[in-house]
Design a protein. Structure first.
Length: 196
């Protein structure tokens, strides 16, 4: 199970970030990772996301390769049970499927971050009929699943920080999309909930 979680996490990053980035760059010629590397709010959020993914990798690497060090992760032993572990594993797999389907439905509109110079279509079909942010919802479920499988202080911190950062990112994107798409997006806001 230890190595499976680490391999799952690597596959998750490859399937939801690296492969779609390569595929979109090849199809459109545009860079889809448009989070600036500067001191802006979006740049700061991008940095936090990188740190959270790095933190998850460290937790999984310790769990997989150095279980004798798991004590430094401050495990929540009272939450470690088989049922919660299976719930967590289910959430991890459901979240991966959710993110992949949502990205496929976004097609050429999928981006990491937003860039006012790149105009994209407003996606309102598929999973986007039920949630304005199914990719981010999938990311939240990923961190919740990871916490259920490996309940410790760092996975709890990762889960809480992911929730906080996504709340900020979603609101910044809503402001951007309101300007970019105007009335159709405002109508969409009125019809579809932010999360689910």
């Amino acid at each position: 199970m230890s190595f499976y979680l680490l391999m799952f996490f690597i596959a998750y990053v490859v399937l939801t970030m690296l492969l779609p980035r390569w595929r979109m760059k090849r199809a459109t010629g545009q860079e889809v990772f448009v989070v600036p590397r500067d001191d802006s709010a979006q740049g700061f959020i991008g940095l936090i996301f990188k740190l959270l993914f790095g933190l998850a990798f460290v937790v999984l690497a310790v769990h997989g390769f150095a279980p004798q060090w798991e004590g430094i992760l401050l495990p929540a032993d009272f939450l470690q049970n088989e049922t919660l572990c299976w719930v967590g594993l289910s959430l991890l797999h459901i979240s991966l499927l959710l993110v992949l389907v949502a990205q496929a439905q976004m097609a050429a509109s999928w981006r990491v971050g937003f860039d006012e110079k790149q105009k994209t279509e407003l996606v309102q079909n598929g999973l986007f009929l039920y949630s304005r942010n199914p990719v981010f919802l999938g990311m939240l479920l990923t961190m919740l699943g990871l916490f259920f499988v490996l309940p410790n202080a760092l996975t709890l911190l990762s889960m809480v920080m992911t929730w906080v950062v996504l709340q900020i990112q979603v609101r910044m994107e809503e402001e951007y999309l309101s300007k970019a798409h105007g009335a159709p997006y405002l109508d969409y806001l009125g019809r579809v909930r932010r999360w689910c």
